[in-house]
Design a protein around this ligand. Structure first.
Ligand SMILES: Cc1cc2nc3c(=O)[nH]c(=O)nc-3n(C[C@H](O)[C@H](O)[C@H](O)COP(=O)(O)OP(=O)(O)OC[C@H]3O[C@@H](n4cnc5c(N)ncnc54)[C@H](O)[C@@H]3O)c2cc1C
Length: 478
């Protein structure tokens, strides 16, 4: 069966598997073109039943994510209940704090957004179009790639049934069943690299009157070498804290294996995070009540099966969460997908194979690049952010951003506050490290930077790389 140029968009029945962030926003975009969309979601409807958002109660949504939301007309609604994060605040073991602003000025910041509220808003927007139906409690168990038929498990009635669609879009997350079936059916290239770390969520409740117990407009980090806690503010005055810890000890470090009773857990938090310990909500109990989350990097190629099945978001490229870009990258996928769809429609028909191939070609190298940078950021956040040498380099980057606003941006700023392809950001990051490393040799403070030499190095090494490739930034090569 092929739908290539045979059916009008308005007659094409699409199934989106997974009504998470990617699937719901994809539905909004497809419905806009008049396509009939059925979404299958294994969980209950979170707008009706109280369910855990699954993992990470809040997300840092930045420029790439915001652009997709803007295209969907939803940016203002989402930002209404977000908390701006202007920088990161590091908490050293001795309780001392160091602040690093994220951007070059107050226009560049992250947005802490509730994952649940974002997902609910997207689902409602999709349904409002009138062309999208979301069926909850429906778990896709199998896809027959030859006939485009799904085997679906109704989790309430405990029955299995089959249904055929013209197009199937797998937005079913990092453990995608659609991807698994593609692997089983052919010699499909796919690698799954689990991290040897897990994560656990804790909460810091608001003070009386809804006040924040810690500084509000920052992302807090307690870096401890081989493990760390981060905390993002929520709109209700609470913080969601995430402990990242190895499953098994590394060089004698604490680990999930070792933290096996409330007494040991209590000691761990009291000693290693003493300045936050009093603020955590029942840390010893919640440590055992909350699930331990796992993290994985998934790389596969291609992201589609012929002209009938496409993977998008985490299903195609799950990454570890340390750059705060997983959802941002998935949303950027959708911006690109919608642009391509608009380009490819002719007489209400689309050559899906051509579109899928172009989408794959445009997004895959960028997804690979952010996957690599996310792993690098893990080491940076966990380990380096507490080191004086690293702090000097970050301070030097800020001085360069201030002095050469039209020529220099840090890798973090390029990734977070511009639409520059991730591939370019990764390559620029290598050059930026070289430049900053050279300039910081033999100095103790960023005030001592040799700005003349800095400009020379930027012009020689960074400018040619960024020339014409920076998107939506104050950098002049835009
Ligand atoms: C701890 C942590 C912190 C993070 N922080 C950030 C951040 O700050 N910023 C950021 O941009 N990203 C962040 N991310 C990444 C972000 O969460 C993901 O990139 C994003 O959720 C991907 O969305 P998705 O819709 O592709 O997948 P998912 O969110 O996993 O959604 C998949 C959906 O499919 C459904 N589903 C799964 N299997 C089936 C099936 N067989 N049948 C039917 N339905 C199915 C699921 O129930 C779910 O609703 C973080 C991730 C983690 C783990």
């Amino acid at each position: 069966m092929s739908v290539e140029l045979t059916k009008k968009l308005s007659e094409t029945h699409v199934c989106i598997v997974g009504a998470g962030l990617t699937g719901s926003l994809m539905a909004v975009f497809l419905a806009r073109r008049g396509m009939k969309v059925t979404m299958l979601e294994r969980r209950p409807d979170m707008r009706v039943e109280t369910i855990s958002a699954g993992r990470s109660i809040n997300l840092n949504i930045t420029r790439r994510g915001l652009r997709a939301l803007e295209r969907a007309g939803l940016q203002a609604e989402i930002l209404k209940n977000s908390v701006p994060m202007m920088g990161r605040l590091m908490h050293a073991r001795n309780g001392e704090t160091t602040y690093q602003p994220y951007g070059r000025d107050e226009t560049e910041f992250g947005n802490s957004v509730s994952r649940g509220e974002l997902n609910k808003t997207l689902m409602t927007a999709a349904e409002k179009s009138g062309d999208v139906t979301i069926r909850f409690h429906q778990r896709v168990a199998h896809i027959n790639l030859e006939t485009n038929t799904l085997t679906i498990q109704n989790e309430v009635e405990k029955i299995r049934y089959e249904e055929q669609f013209d197009l199937i879009i797998g937005t079913d997350g990092s453990a995608s069943q659609i991807r698994h079936c593609m692997i089983e059916a052919s010699d499909y290239k796919c690698e799954s690299e689990p991290l040897n770390y897990g994560y656990k969520e804790l909460t810091i409740l608001p003070l009386e009157g809804g006040k924040f117990a810690l500084e509000k407009n920052v992302l807090h980090i307690w870096p401890r070498g081989l493990y760390m806690i981060i905390a993002l503010p929520n709109f209700d005055g609470s913080f969601t804290c995430t402990l990242f810890l190895p499953y098994e000890p590394i060089n004698g470090s604490p680990s999930f294996e070792k933290l096996n009773n409330e007494r040991v857990v209590g000691e761990f938090f009291k000693v290693d995070f003493f300045d936050a310990y009093g603020s955590f909500d029942r840390p010893e109990e919640t440590f055992f009540e909350n699930p331990t989350g796992s993290m994985v990097t998934v790389t596969c190629d291609p992201w589609h099966f012929k002209d009938r099945v496409l993977l998008v978001g985490d299903a195609a490229h799950a990454i570890v969460p340390f750059f705060g870009q997983g959802a941002n990258c998935a949303f950027e996928d959708l911006t690109v997908f919608e642009e391509l769809l608009n380009e490819h429609v002719k007489d209400d028909k689309v050559n899906w194979l051509k579109l899928f191939k172009e989408f794959n070609k445009s997004r895959k190298p960028n997804a690979d690049a952010i996957a690599q940078m996310a792993i690098e950021n893990f080491i940076e956040m966990r380990d380096k952010v507490g080191q004086p040498e690293f702090l000097l380099q970050k301070a030097a980057e800020k001085v360069l951003e201030k002095n050469f606003p039209d020529k220099f941006a840090s890798r973090y700023a390029l990734v977070t506050f511009t639409h520059t392809p991730y591939e370019v950001c990764r390559d620029a990051g290598v050059v930026i490290d070289e430049i900053v490393g050279t300039l910081c040799k033999n100095i103790k403070s960023a005030d001592e930077l040799d700005l003349k030499r800095a400009e020379q190095l930027i012009d020689e090494k960074l400018a040619p790389l960024l020339e014409g490739r920076v998107r939506d930034s104050v950098i002049s090569s835009t």
